[in-house]
Design a protein around this ligand. Structure first.
Ligand SMILES: NC(=O)c1ccc[n+]([C@@H]2O[C@H](COP(=O)([O-])OP(=O)(O)OC[C@H]3O[C@@H](n4cnc5c(N)ncnc54)[C@H](OP(=O)(O)O)[C@@H]3O)[C@@H](O)[C@H]2O)c1
Length: 279
């Protein structure tokens, strides 16, 4: 059974499939299998990063699937140590080489790393990469209100997306509003809370009520909030079921119950302090 995700409009006029596949922690071989399975199951959006060290595997899965390159929305990210004007361009070209593609659909600054303070120069390089056609759209990840405001103030160019940690235990109402104020979509990473939220009794009860899996309930919650969402799995049956979320809806009671789970709990690092180079 396959399912096709609807798309959301990006501020630059392009479109992104709302549900995609994340591949953090997948090996090269797992990434190839997961990308191939996902594309065969109807996914048209894959999220990787240079630091995941599986871009070759992702590219192989894309080619093995037989799905035309132009039908797939492919994201990668510039890693922290590659920030800076020339180094960002070199890093992006190296990612394209590893992926075996001529362009990515979305290139993100992976973390702002504010204490190193190179994200504005990095963004200027990304604007050039976009204008040269190597990235169709450009965005950021893990940006905070302060770093996002400064990026826009100094360059006059807002990202199309801010990819941040969002799940029922960290709902990010403030940051989602700041993103929207810049015309940027919010993309949820660790959307399942790295699986920690799936055993929550509230999520389990809503899943039982709808005859769905807890993961489908959480992914559907992201969809109804308007988030782009990239659940990761290297398990074929989960890859298939995680995108079967367009044939049911959460009601206002469900949304209120999940809304009440917010407790500001991060499973990943804090963007204000993450990423300084090791001495
Ligand atoms: N920008 C950033 O800084 C950043 C940071 C973290 C993540 N990300 C991106 O976001 C993606 C998703 O985040 P994530 O990988 O941290 O966590 P996640 O998607 O919240 O959770 C992934 C975990 O949930 C399990 N899982 C998936 N579907 C399931 C299901 N239907 N039932 C039960 N368990 C299920 C997976 O197991 P199996 O794989 O074993 O099936 C895996 O252990 C990443 O892969 C990456 O692309 C970005």
């Amino acid at each position: 059974m396959s399912a096709i995700s609807p798309t959301l409009a990006l501020r630059d006029g392009r479109e992104i499939p709302q549900v995609g596949l994340g591949v953090w922690k997948a090996s090269q071989e797992q990434a190839t299998m997961a990308v191939r399975e996902a594309l065969n199951a109807g996914y048209r959006h894959i999220d990787t990063a240079a630091i995941y060290k599986n871009e070759e595997g992702v590219g192989a899965g894309l080619r093995e699937s037989g799905v035309p390159r132009e039908d797939v929305f492919l994201t990668t990210k510039v890693w922290n140590r590659d920030q800076g004007f020339e180094s960002t361009k070199d890093a992006a070209r190296a990612s394209l080489d590893r992926l075996g593609v001529d362009y990515v659909d979305l290139l993100l600054i992976h973390w702002p790393v504010p204490m190193v303070d190179r994200y504005v120069d990095t963004w200027k390089a990304m604007i050039e990469l976009r204008d040269a056609g190597l990235a169709r759209s450009i965005g950021v990840s893990n940006f905070t209100p302060a770093t996002l405001d400064r990026l826009v103030d100094e360059t006059g160019e807002a990202p199309v997306i801010n990819q941040i940690e969002v799940h029922p235990y960290l709902q990010q109402e403030t940051m989602r509003a700041v993103d929207a104020g810049h015309g940027a979509l919010t993309e949820a990473w660790s959307p399942l809370g790295q699986s920690h939220v799936l055993g929550d009794p509230v999520i389990e009860a809503i899943a039982a009520k709808h005859g769905r899996t807890p993961a489908q309930v959480v992914i559907r919650w992201h969809v109804q909030l308007g988030n782009v969402v990239i659940p990761k799995s290297v398990t074929p049956a989960r890859i298939v079921s995680n995108i079967q979320v367009f044939d049911f809806a959460l009601d206002s009671d469900d949304l209120a119950a999940i809304g009440a789970l917010d407790r500001g709990e991060r499973f990943g690092p804090d963007p204000d302090t993450f990423g300084p180079p090791r001495p």
